[in-house]
Design a protein around this ligand. Structure first.
Ligand code: GLU
Ligand code: ZN
Length: 307
């Protein structure tokens, strides 16, 4: 039986899979306004589709992590009423799954070892030119990275907000890294393995990941899995155009002003904000915002924000 999606601006009603969305923070610091926007946007889109919303902690890169950030992010989400529907998945606990998945990609000869240095790649113009594709593993210096042998790189996709997004051919065809020289799994690999494994149907996140979406979809295609739908939200940037982040000294969220911050995040996302919101509880506010969730008034531009 076909189910009817009541969501007025839903552009994906041709799919009748149940909606499963996620927020996937890296614990490199506390939540800031930019990550609140991403969390809120993915949460509201899931709720507007009567979907499930999951949280996955992308703690796959210990050198970039800050002690205590995972706990603090989860606490902050809870304080903002952003409650997830299944136990949090931690990438740091899934190394075996990544190892086995990469082993089967390797068994299919779809990846290869590369010991090129960053300097060599920069000298060649910055994009990697499959230099090591035919090298025997024994001939490689150790340590070396593992690259995807990218035969059918996708150069475009359709985003629910941005429409057709196209990337440069050489970017689309680059043999990107699946496992880094330092032994850590690359974000591009594990994000796809986990989104598939968790049966995520809808990926809603910041527009800083627009371009690399083509790489992630290239992996879906290689793995013969149906693509997720994508919605890339406007990005909060500093006045010199940098993504709001811990490194750019984004201010910590003031938990005394949760309602105010949620209202600011909603208007950042182009959502209708009324005076009534001032009297709402956090729960009422989220419920109301989910009911009225719309992409029609959402900006496609990155926006300067002074938090
Ligand atoms: N962990 C990534 C980040 O915090 C986001 C991954 C994603 O949403 O696909 O930038
Ligand atoms: Zn190489």
């Amino acid at each position: 039986m076909l189910s009817f999606c009541p969501f007025p601006v839903c552009m994906s009603c041709s799919h009748h899979t149940p909606y499963r969305g996620r927020f996937a923070p890296s614990p490199s610091g506390d939540l800031h306004f930019g990550s609140l926007v991403a969390a809120l946007g993915s949460y509201l889109d899931a709720r507007a589709h009567q979907g499930q919303w999951l949280v996955r902690m992308e703690d796959i890169d210990p050198p970039r992590e800050v002690a205590g950030a995972s706990v603090s992010i989860l606490n902050t989400l809870e304080q903002f009423g952003l409650c997830w529907d299944e136990p949090v998945v931690y990438q740091s606990q899934r190394h075996e799954f990544y190892r086995d998945s990469l082993a089967s990609i390797s068994a299919n000869h779809a990846c290869y070892g590369c010991d090129c240095t960053r300097k060599m790649i920069m000298q060649g113009g910055g994009l990697y030119q499959s230099h090591c594709v035919d090298k025997a593993v024994e001939s490689l210096a150790n340590p070396h990275s593992i690259r995807f042998n990218n035969q059918q790189g996708l150069d475009h996709f359709d985003d629910r907000l941005h429409g057709r997004v196209t990337v440069a051919q050489d970017f689309a065809q680059e043999d990107f890294i699946l496992k880094r020289k330092d032994g850590l799994y690359a974000y591009q690999l594990v994000v796809v393995l986990d989104d598939i494994d968790q049966k995520i149907t809808d990926i809603v996140r910041g527009s800083d990941l627009l371009e690399v979406t083509t790489r992630q979809m290239t992996l879906y295609q290689y793995l013969e899995q149906p693509f997720a739908r994508y919605l890339h939200l406007p990005l909060a940037v500093t006045d010199n155009g940098l993504k709001l982040s811990k490194q750019n000294h984004a201010k910590a969220l003031d938990l005394q002003n949760k309602r105010g911050l949620l209202i600011d995040a909603l208007s950042f996302l182009g959502q209708k904000v009324t005076h009534e919101y001032q009297d709402f509880t956090i729960e009422q506010l989220l419920e109301f915002a989910a009911k009225n969730w719309s992409l029609k008034t959402m900006s496609k531009q990155a926006q300067i924000i002074s938090y």
